[in-house]
Design a protein. Structure first.
Length: 391
């Protein structure tokens, strides 16, 4: 279960000198001598924050929760990737810092690099894991070239999205931000159209009142030029997703529209018919074992007649032993079958006696996958390509 943000934990984990810089920049908590506080002694800081007015306290809470989004291993990797891409030269400095909170808070306080808000870019990329990118909203067969991402392109995309959503009575304003993510290269665009007006109960001093507000909704575009694939995260239906694909292809890729979609399989599962197939990995990736846990097979050209076999974790048998038993019972032979879906598991080596980390995922022809955009998922995708399972 993911840890939840708490002010006390945040203050204990963040170095005192960074907290002092934060509050001094805002002319707050001048009575607190941060340099004299013992490490993780935060009760006096919490008490001082509680004495602030609501107008002073709310921005602190928002800032600290934004920093918290990056105060973890994934956040550190994102910060390092962004620093490397923009050639900021701070990699050694980041590595020497005390912990993830130190790195995240430092980047927040030094967010402006040559006019680029690197903290905002890092937060956008970290929020990708909260966004849903489904197969039905994926577009294949696009050019293997970098899309446009200059200010004019972002402005044109924003205007096109405004035109699209104004037909729904919203989207009167829209800002689009570009955040590249290397290793492998992914071009990420985040759009923030204005949503419908809404009202909610709020306190105005001690008085409870209903107030109107206009929030935004978020749309994510991820384009992978090496694969020619565009993925879109939107709560809209298929028709809306196709309109978003058209906007991206016309403006960012300078195409006349979305190319005719290919339904050619994106995976080659033939080698997985062999129970002795090997999955070579590199020592530096720390992978201890790669397993096939499940297979779904069907007769050549007949997708309706299929058999799914998954490994029983407590049996001690491999999935291929179960496949043999199942096919024998059905009087079927593997050489007359196609594999349409596979379930696999990567297990990393245990570190410092901790429980080994695992990643279980599925691949479904022609282009379905449960893999996302996290760093470990990118490592897995790289190996699947090396093994010619992912085309």
């Amino acid at each position: 279960m993911a840890k939840q943000y708490t002010l006390s934990t945040f203050l204990r984990q963040t170095p005192n000198e960074l907290l002092e810089t934060y509050f001094r920049q805002r002319n707050l908590l001048d009575d607190i001598e941060f340099t004299n506080l013992r490490k993780r002694e935060v009760d006096s800081v919490i008490a001082a924050i509680e004495t602030l007015s609501e107008e002073e306290r709310v921005p602190i809470d928002i800032d600290f929760q934004d920093v918290y989004i990056l105060a973890n291993k994934t956040g550190t990797i994102i910060i390092q990737d962004v620093a490397d891409f923009h050639e900021l030269g701070i990699e050694d400095q980041l590595e020497a810092m005390e912990n993830h909170y130190h790195r995240a808070m430092w980047v927040f306080l030094h967010r402006d690099f040559n006019g680029i808000d690197i903290f905002d870019r890092c937060v956008n990329l970290a929020n990708l894991k909260k966004m849903a990118f489904t197969r039905s909203k994926r577009c294949n067969g696009l050019p293997n070239e970098a899309p446009s991402s200059d200010d004019a392109t972002l402005k044109d995309m924003g205007e096109a999205l405004t035109q699209l959503y104004r037909q729904q009575g919203r989207g009167h304003k829209c800002k689009v931000e570009y955040c590249p993510r290397p290793n492998p290269m992914r071009h990420c665009y985040f759009a923030f159209p204005e949503d419908y007006s809404a009202s909610e109960l709020q306190y105005d001093g001690d008085k409870l009142e209903r107030k109107s507000r206009k929030s935004v909704f978020e749309i994510g575009f991820i384009f992978r030029p090496q694969d020619g694939v565009l993925e879109i995260s939107t709560s809209g239906n298929k028709q809306e997703a196709e309109a978003l694909q058209d906007i991206f292809c016309r403006i960012a890729l300078d195409l006349s529209g979305v190319p005719e979609k290919s339904r050619e399989p994106q995976y080659n599962f033939e080698k997985l018919k062999n129970r002795d197939c090997v999955f070579p990995t590199r020592p530096e990736d720390g992978i201890a074992k790669v397993e096939v846990l499940g297979l779904r097979v069907n007769k050549h050209g007949n997708l309706k007649r299929r058999v799914t076999v998954e490994q029983d974790p407590g049996s001690g048998e491999s999935v291929y032993e179960w496949v043999d038993k199942t096919l024998d019972a059905q009087k079927m032979s593997m050489d007359k079958l196609d594999i349409s879906q596979v379930k696999m598991r990567f297990t990393w080596r245990a570190i410092n006696g901790k429980r080994p980390r695992t990643l279980t995922f599925s691949l479904t022809n022609p282009d379905g996958t449960s893999l996302g955009d996290l760093p470990s998922h990118q490592i897995v995708k790289g190996y699947l390509k090396e093994w010619n399972i992912m085309l």
